[in-house]
Design a protein around this ligand. Sequence first.
Ligand code: BTN
Length: 282
Amino acid sequence: MKSAVSAFQPLTTDAIRAALSTNIFGRMLHLLDEVSSTNTVAAGLAQDGAPHGTVIVAEAQSAGRGRLGRQWHSPPGKNLYCSIILRPHPLPDQLPLWLSWIPLLCAVAAARTVQVVATLHPSVKWPNDIFVGPRKVGGLLCESSGAGTSSIFVLVGIGLNVNIRTHDFPETLRDHATSMAIEANRPFDRISVLSTLLSELEIRYETLVSGHLADLVDEYRMRCSTLGRWVRISLVGNDTLEGLAESIAGDGSLRIARGGSSAGLHGEGIVHVRAGDVVHLR
Ligand code: BTN
């Protein structure tokens, strides 16, 4: 944070550009006032050929989207709502692995940003929720298109609660959501948060491109608070599953050692979960 005054200044393209230390991410930048969802804007731009690393930032979203069809609370002027267009070019047989891991690596980058800027100790709840202690400070919505073609793109949408205070959350979120300002008891300059986030993302994307996925996987495993916990998972559809979150498999899925007749899906054994909503039970 530079000063308490700068923390509340609106975002401007000049100020963002001056703060950027990336080579590619954010060099093509769209700063918008209010949009429905930065991911929706990003999808249109990507379809029109926007280059790899294009960033869309909005002051507010009228229909911010979360994972699993949820809404993302996106009031103006307080938080960070952005989407990054990625155009991955792995060897063809590596594409599924990249598509599985990109959301997880980006979650680590977002968690690291909260740590660097606010000196907090965020963790990642599988797959890509950013938590400080028991409350969520940020989340990612990754969408991809064009798989099987040469023009595949991935939209990485990131929402970070930066300066929002508890009373600004809808009542239903107050017990579950937090912000960097609530946790650190001071406001933060959103431009520093954005420039740090883009650097942390670019570093990890470059590591992936240079063939060091294993290092990124290790980093994810170290950040992931889900490992070793007893969890309940709401699966796509209406099934639930309970068990011990044993490990993250090589493809990014969560390995659950199933147990207990309280589970919605009965029986014992290992299940690999690729998508779902996790609750840490103990
Ligand atoms: C989640 O945790 O459910 C994911 C939240 C993702 C929110 C961000 S805000 C920027 C981008 N645009 C959206 O509509 N959603 C993502």
